[in-house]
Design a binder for this molecule. Sequence first.
Ligand code: ATP
Ligand code: MG
Length: 393
Amino acid sequence: MEYKAFLIKYAEIAVKGKNRFMFEDALVRQVKRALVKVDGSFNVFKTQGRVHVETEDSVDYDEVMDALTKVFGITEICPTIVLEDEGFDKLCQSVNDYMKEVYGDKTATFKVNARRARKNYPLVSMEINAKVGEKILDAFPNMKVDIKKPEIWVNIEIRERIYVYSQAVKGACGMPVGTGGKATLLLSGGIDSPVAGYMIAKRGVVIDAVYFHAPPYTSERAKQKVVDLAKIVAKYSGPMKLHIINFTEIQKYIYDACPEDELTIIMRRYMMRIAETIAKENKSLGLITGESIGQVASQTMQSLLCTNEVCTIPVYRPLIGFDKQDIIEISEKIGSYETSILPFEDCCTIWVAKHPVTKPNVNIIKKHEQNLSEHIDEMFEKAVSSREIISID
Ligand code: ATP
Ligand code: MG
């Protein structure tokens, strides 16, 4: 069957009350955005409780599904046939044609599930169910009715036009991007931060990303890897700006002026400060990191306290209670894992201490940061103002 229409379902819970139109409009926008990269032209519009995707072109089903399954806010995508209302007999005939094409002589149980969004249709749902069911039984000797646990739900939605479908592909769920403000993701080349970005975008949040690199100690290829990861996250979150900060000078200065075992913590405090400066410029309401308690020395509760202490906006850490294996599973699911494990150096790993503090004390860290004098402010300004900004879409 060559499908030219898709019915998109979303969770009713998200669209209660006054926010309903906002949610639906954001979903329509995100669906349109996702389909831009698919060959063909699409008409995307909403009716009561549904978003519709229709085309007159011959489109690649897998490509359409690949795009739609990455749109947050969708619970199910149902490839459907669309019929004009040409009377009930014609409807029954069309349903049987549909069943023949999709299921042939398959032996299966089914149930007809009619729903009238248009109440002036001459038959009520129960009558439609019974009569269409009979016609299916007449035409397909291998089909049986099972009203409790049917293998096939034959759905008929009566709207301005009539939609018949029996298949559903699971959507990405969550909330449409654009319904939840904006946040700035600290995106490294690792496994965790792309997953963290994905998870926050899933709640409807628009994302910008910041990457700290340290040329010539970190290579162009390491940077390209982060660009590639941003592109993978953007498949779900939509376009983002990737801010690339040259961190070399600051990192070197910290290395020269601060105790070795505190390098990572002090460096991370500077990353957060810079990320927050950029976040405020681009009107982000929070930062996002891929931190998880205890994963490394810089992610103990004491270290997180120290890192967090420099931030004045919320830091969202969606992976905070996740085991590495759980994070890997999500990264495999969203398609970032293969890129994340490419073996390029990261700026955090270049100047690492053999024995970093695992229980840093904020007051001591602050005292040692005073070694950095006013030069650090100039370096900070320079790192922010000379950043490269790449548009990812
Ligand atoms: P990841 O797998 O995301 O790299 P990680 O386990 O390597 O994380 P850390 O290196 O301690 O952990 O980094 C913790 C978090 O800090 C990362 O998840 C990321 O949000 C941020 N971060 C670390 N390095 C960088 C970097 N070079 N640029 C931007 N953000 C970074
Ligand atoms: Mg990392």
